[in-house]
Design a protein around this ligand. Sequence first.
Ligand code: NDP
Length: 324
Amino acid sequence: MARTVIIREHGGPEVLEIEDRPVGEPGAGEIRIRHEVCGLNFIDCYQRSGLYPMQLPAALGMEAAGVVEAVGEGVTHLRPGDRAAYAAVPPGAYSAARVMSAAQVCPLPDGIAFDTAAAMMLKGLTVEYLFHRTTPIKRGDTVLFHAAAGGVGLIACQWARSEGITLIGTAGTDEKCALAREHGAAHVINYRTEDFTKRVREITEGRGVDVVMDSIGADTFEASLDCLRPLGMMISFGNASGAVPPFSLSMLASRGSLKVTRPTLFTHTSDAEACQAMARHLFDKVVSGDVTIRIDQRFPLDQVADAHRALESRATTGSTVLLP
Ligand code: NDP
């Protein structure tokens, strides 16, 4: 049996429940993993609230690190006793242990602690695909990145610095702006007190940025388009303020033949080899010291509702982990 967070209905943090669930034995292509630390991600809130509807009752959580206890037939990249970490679907990572497909579970280098791994797999693999697998971005390019002091954001700031990319970061308080700058943002904008479009135009001397990475959604989408140079790329990858409303394609033409994409991590990691390659790239960045993972909030698993409240109320910085 393993303590597991489930929801029986969509709603606020109060719908999160904990129950003991049988774990079972791994079948072909599966492992059983005991979690040391679980990660918290904004997507967990979308699933809980119903913005991303789920078949109910459902387990939650997509990221964790721990020790492999058993492997099923055909699993060759993991053995019992191995340290491992993952970002994977289906949800179920908010638990003490689970049986799951082995394909997206990655052997964890000794130099990376369990809490670091649980805090970075989903967020770090996202940064990996945003900077390397979405649109060509080269040294010297300029990227506008919203929520730069968040979990994904602080990793993005450091990743950009390590690649010679100029990152303009936005954040909701002056303290968060300072944190983003410390982690590598070349410029920061408090988008609650400043007009970020105007500031981006000033910073880029009227040119606009090459790429926008926007996970805020409804509140920032249109103003973010106004920050792009002609032929620039808008990567809309989240909805922290709500889903982007339908828009007219002519908005892209009138602003200079802009491009828009709406990627998800799990399209990129659905190929097991690609997933392992992305993870190795992330591990190299962390082991080399180019990227450090900052955990600013830790909650026992049974306080998962408080963790959701903190994330949704913009009270957090960096990553948040849950301790089963
Ligand atoms: P964060 O730690 O970045 O938390 C979200 C941040 O968004 C808040 O701290 C806040 O920062 C900002 N924000 C702005 N408006 C709102 C609002 N109305 N409500 C809540 N927050 C708001 O979360 P994560 O690092 O877990 O994820 C960052 C984003 O990336 C999320 O939108 C997530 O869905 C997306 N994502 C997308 C993936 C994909 O593949 N498509 C994969 C992983 C993450 P501030 O106060 O500075 O404004």
